[in-house]
Design a protein around this ligand. Structure first.
Ligand SMILES: Cc1cc2nc3c(=O)[nH]c(=O)nc-3n(C[C@H](O)[C@H](O)[C@H](O)COP(=O)(O)OP(=O)(O)OC[C@H]3O[C@@H](n4cnc5c(N)ncnc54)[C@H](O)[C@@H]3O)c2cc1C
Length: 373
């Protein structure tokens, strides 16, 4: 029977990063996934992810994103792959809007560069009274390329990867824990559970704390490449108010602009209950935002359904399982976790291997939240 220091179950953004971080310490490490990552069935697929640093969701995310940026660069230099485009991110919204206020507050607290943006009229039609800013340290990431890079670098550092193997059970008894798939039993001293929307299956203690949401992404045509990076267009996050967040990216190689709304479409029972069919009302929901703020975009080309593994208040869970501290949980990345992936991976590996943390992880503790409920 094989035996490892650390076994990471689930190789999306969090798990692939944890695998690399653990392998980097020299620990004997294995990563296991039910599919062949990167794959399109979880929450880490697709071309791009936004990276914001002036974090309105909580100032405590800023040290985590700074650590993540350093580690994205580290992964780039280990693998020779470009993963992060530090283009800056445009923010726009009413001056007193919570997103804009939160961004300014985070920038002040952590001395982030958040100047007023230049003229946005070539791309956007925004109310004149709105505030427009540039998160200069932000940009965007290449998502699936990043997952490949984490896995390749982990393997180069000696990690094993077991794909197409669903973990059915973990037996906690004895000195080593036993991880059971349909065909194999793997022994490990420590286990990291990063199973995204499936988290409750192997970590039932998450039941009161996590849930799954259905979301929809859209692509619009940009025949004249007006929204391409060459024209000076940056990824953006527009907060029109009332908790809405409309975001998007520069034109991709196929001449398409990806836009989406960071807003729940539906809470579902679990990953298998996500309605994967794009409905007419999904497209109808994005059209008014495009028409109002980006009237220069071309026709709607396509849409795609995805799912977010959520935690209450969209706050990540990065902690030991209080009932068995040999198990570490990384869950509830809540639709904004990708940008932090290498820092999250490092936090999880450090928890598993009892190493010192580089950032304060108290805001992501599980125990306090379990008590509060
Ligand atoms: C469409 C979309 C857009 C997003 N945009 C942004 C953005 O712009 N910026 C940003 O920072 N974040 C963004 N996010 C959020 C971010 O991508 C997610 O928070 C993150 O990718 C979640 O990663 P994860 O590892 O927790 O989950 P997942 O990627 O779902 O990984 C979980 C893995 O566990 C595996 N697994 C589950 N159960 C088992 C089992 N029993 N045995 C073995 N393997 C198992 C699954 O196969 C899967 O590979 C977006 C998410 C989506 C879906």
């Amino acid at each position: 029977m094989e035996s490892y220091d650390v076994a990471v179950i689930g190789l999306g953004a969090a798990g692939a990063a944890a695998l690399r971080a653990s392998a980097k310490t020299g620990a004997r490490t294995i990563g296991i996934d039910q599919f062949r990552p990167p794959h399109g069935f979880g929450s880490s697929h697709g071309e791009t992810r936004l990276l914001r640093t002036a974090y309105s969701e909580g100032e405590f995310y800023v040290p985590l994103i700074r650590r993540a940026i350093a580690l994205w660069r580290d992964l780039e230099s280990s693998t020779g792959r470009r993963l992060f485009e530090q283009t800056g991110v445009t923010y726009a919204g009413p001056t007193d809007d919570a997103f804009m206020t939160g961004a300014r507050k985070a920038a002040r607290r952590w001395t982030l560069d958040l100047p007023r943006s230049g003229d946005l009229s070539p791309w956007f039609d925004l109310p004149g009274r709105w505030h427009t800013l540039v998160d200069t340290e932000g940009g965007y990431l290449y998502a699936e390329r990043a997952i490949r890079a984490f896995l390749a670098d982990a393997k180069a550092r000696g990690a094993d990867v077991l794909a197409a193997s669903r973990v059915e059970r973990i037996d906690g008894s004895g000195r080593l824990m036993r991880i059971r798939t349909a065909r194999r039993v793997i022994n490990a001293k420590r286990i990291v559970i990063t199973t995204g929307a499936w988290s409750q299956e192997l970590a039932p203690l998450l039941k009161p704390l996590t849930y799954v949401e259905r979301r929809v992404l859209h692509w619009f045509d940009d025949p004249a490449r007006r929204f391409g990076r060459a024209s000076g267009f940056r990824p953006f996050a527009i907060s029109p108010g009332e908790g809405q967040l409309f975001y998007g990216f520069p034109t991709n190689r196929s001449g398409e602009v990806k836009v989406a709304e960071h807003k729940s479409v539906a809470i579902v029972e679990g990953p298998e209950a996500v309605d994967r069919i794009v409905r007419r009302k999904d497209i109808a929901a994005i059209r008014p935002l495009v028409r109002a703020y980006m009237p220069g975009l071309g026709r709607h080309l396509r849409s795609e359904v995805c799912m977010y593994p959520m935690a209450h208040h969209e706050r990540f869970i990065l902690d030991h399982d209080p009932r068995d501290t040999r198990i570490v949980i990384g869950a509830g990345l809540s639709g904004h976790g990708f940008k932090f992936a290498p820092a999250i991976g490092e936090v999880l590996a450090n928890l598993a291997l009892a190493r010192r943390q580089k950032v304060d992880i108290a805001p992501f503790a599980l125990t306090g939240r379990l008590r509060r409920r």
